[in-house]
Design a protein around this ligand. Structure first.
Ligand code: IPE
Ligand code: IPE
Ligand code: MG
Length: 241
C-alpha cells in the first residue's frame, strides 16, 4: 500500500499489543506461540511506521502487572525478548530505527539487561528514522511513584526548588522516552488502558481494535493512521468548522 499523505499524520503512536493468549487458545496453540506470532506483527508494524514516517512508536511488551502470570509464560516471554533482539537488531540498524527499552528492566535479570544495552548501543543513531520505545516491566502508576521520588530527592538535595517543578521536569524525570502520544491503539477488543502511559496519553486519540495482536496487520495499522488524519483535535480550544 502506498504512503499516506503526511498532512495530520500522528507523530507519536503507542500500542497496547493485546490478544496473544486468546489468539493462541482459539488456534489451538500454546500461549507462547501467540507471543511468538506477536513478535512477527511487531516487525511488520515497525517497518510500516518507518514507511509512513512516524517519529516514534511506543509499544507495551510487558506490564508491571504481568509478573502475576505463570512462571512458564514469563520465561517464554523473556526468551522471546532475547531472540527478537538477536533477530531484529540488524534490520533495525538497516532501517535507522533507534531502539529504547523503558520500565523496571532490571527485574528481568542480567541476560536481558546485557541484551538491552547491546541493542540500544547498536541501534543508536543521532538522526533516526523512527524511535522504537519498548515498555518492559513498565507500569504508569509505578512510573509516577518513581518520578515523585526523583523530584522529591532533588528538592531535598537542593538541586531544584519546589516552584521549579513543571511539565518539562516531570517528563525528564519519567522513564518514558516520549513526551506526548498522539494516537494510542489497543488491539484485542478490551477498552481499557491497563496502566500504560497514563501521563503521556493526556491528549491522545484512542482506538480500540477488535482483532487480536497476532492478526493485526499493516492494512489495519494504515486504517488507524488514516482514521486519525480525519479527527479534528481541539486541545480544549474553541475551533469553528
Ligand atoms: C498481550 O497479550 C501480551 C502480553 C501481555 C505480554 P496477552 O497475553 O495479554 O493476550 P490475551 O489478552 O490473554 O489474549
Ligand atoms: C496489557 O495487556 C499489557 C500488555 C499488552 C503488555 P494485559 O493483558 O496485561 O492487560 P489486562 O490484564 O487485560 O488489563
Ligand atoms: Mg491481555
Amino acid at each position: 500500500m502506498a504512503n499516506l499523505n503526511k498532512e495530520n499524520i500522528p507523530k507519536h503512536v503507542a500500542i497496547i499489543m493485546d490478544g496473544n493468549g486468546r489468539w493462541a487458545i482459539e488456534n489451538s496453540f500454546k500461549i507462547s506461540e501467540g507471543h511468538k506470532k506477536g513478535v512477527l506483527t511487531v516487525k511488520d508494524i515497525v517497518e510500516e511506521s518507518v514507511k509512513q514516517q512516524l517519529s516514534s512508536l511506543t509499544i507495551y511488551a510487558f506490564s508491571s502487572e504481568n509478573w502475576k502470570r505463570p512462571r512458564s509464560e514469563i520465561n517464554a516471554i523473556k526468551k522471546l525478548v532475547i531472540d527478537a533482539i538477536d533477530e531484529q537488531v540488524p534490520d533495525l540498524i538497516e532501517q535507522k530505527v533507534r531502539l529504547k527499552f523503558f520500565g523496571h528492566t532490571n527485574d528481568f535479570g542480567n541476560r536481558i539487561i546485557k541484551k538491552i544495552d547491546f541493542a540500544e548501543e547498536k541501534t543508536f543513531v543521532k538522526k533516526s528514522k523512527l524511535d522504537l520505545n519498548v515498555a518492559l516491566g513498565y507500569g504508569g502508576k509505578q512510573d509516577i511513584v518513581d518520578i515523585t521520588k526523583k523530584i522529591s530527592s532533588n528538592i531535598l538535595n537542593h538541586k531544584i526548588k519546589l516552584q521549579d517543578i513543571n511539565e518539562k521536569i516531570i517528563h525528564e524525570s519519567s522513564s518514558v522516552p516520549v513526551k506526548e502520544i498522539d494516537l494510542l491503539i489497543r488491539t484485542g477488543g478490551d477498552k481499557r488502558i491497563s496502566n500504560f502511559l497514563l501521563y503521556q496519553i493526556a491528549y491522545a486519540e484512542i482506538m480500540f481494535i477488535e482483532k487480536y495482536w497476532p492478526d493485526f496487520n499493516r492494512n489495519d495499522f494504515i486504517k488507524c493512521l488514516r482514521d486519525f488524519k480525519k479527527i479534528k483535535r481541539r486541545f480544549g480550544k474553541r475551533k469553528v468548522n
